[in-house]
Design a protein around this ligand. Structure first.
Ligand code: AP5
Length: 213
């Protein structure tokens, strides 16, 4: 199964993709995680992407399409979390899949209003070691500031400051939201209310992916 998770920043795409990929045996491809790793390692991609990410803007399509071409698994299913984010990326994805005799099975839209996005992201904590995601209120670690899974330190992401979050949300509305109509037209889009509890969103997501709706 090949699935795209679409939705505004902080809508829970990464959290759900991490759990679901383990449950369903799908590879989780998060473009945000890949870019942050590239920035940390100081690779050519990281150097070029950094300033866009810090401003809360999208990294240019050409870089993102090349990245996906490089990491897309040849075999088995996967979840794309954070790609595509523009119509040009969506068209490139269709081409790539077609070249490998594959097609996209489902697009899940995580719907969440801006006020909740800010609340979610201002309390998000991310593990420096394994990338696991927590929330001070809604999903706290067992020991404050420490990752339950690998014991590394939890930090706040640079782009989770309120002004950058608002910019990211605006960019989402302008450049990524058009994909909702794009995928509705392909008849593979299902929306879910991402404002519900973590458990309820997971339950609904499994229902959508296993039974198709
Ligand atoms: P990226 O890392 O993809 O950021 P994003 O899409 O803005 O998504 P987030 O990671 O912020 O949120 P999420 O939906 O995964 O939510 P999470 O599960 O963490 O991209 C970062 C940057 O990279 C972009 O701004 C751009 O510059 C660049 N980039 C990446 N891909 C690109 C592309 N294709 N093209 C161009 N540029 C690209 O949850 C958030 C918080 O809420 C957590 O604390 C979590 O614990 C909590 N939470 C989750 N679910 C619930 C729930 N149901 N109830 C209560 N709390 C919850």
């Amino acid at each position: 199964m090949i699935v795209v998770f679409l939705g505004p920043p902080g809508s829970g795409k990464g959290t759900q993709a991490k759990g679901l990929s383990r449950q369903l045996g799908l590879v989780h491809i998060s473009t945000g995680d890949l870019l942050r790793e590239a920035v940390r390692k100081g690779t050519e991609l990281g150097k070029r992407a950094r300033e866009y990410m810090e401003r809360g803007e999208l990294v240019p399509d050409s870089l993102m399409i090349a990245l996906i071409e490089e990491v897309m698994p040849q075999e088995g299913g996967f979840i794309l979390d954070g790609f595509p984010r523009t119509v040009m990326q969506a068209l490139a994805l269709e081409e790539m899949l077609k070249k490998h005799g594959k097609e996209l099975d489902k697009v899940v839209l995580f719907e969440l209003p801006e006020g909740v996005v800010v609340d979610r992201l201002s309390g998000r904590l991310t593990c420096q070691g394994c990338g696991a995601v927590y929330h001070v209120k809604y999903n706290p670690p067992k020991e404050e500031g420490i990752c339950d899974l690998c014991g590394s330190k939890l930090v706040q992401r640079e782009d989770d400051k309120e002004e950058v979050v608002r910019r990211r949300y605006k960019v989402y509305k302008e450049q990524t939201q058009p994909l909702v109509e794009f995928y509705r037209g392909r008849n593979i889009l299902t929306s879910l209310d991402a404002g519900q509890s973590l458990e309820e969103v997971s339950r609904r997501l499994l229902e959508v992916l296993k039974n198709g709706g």
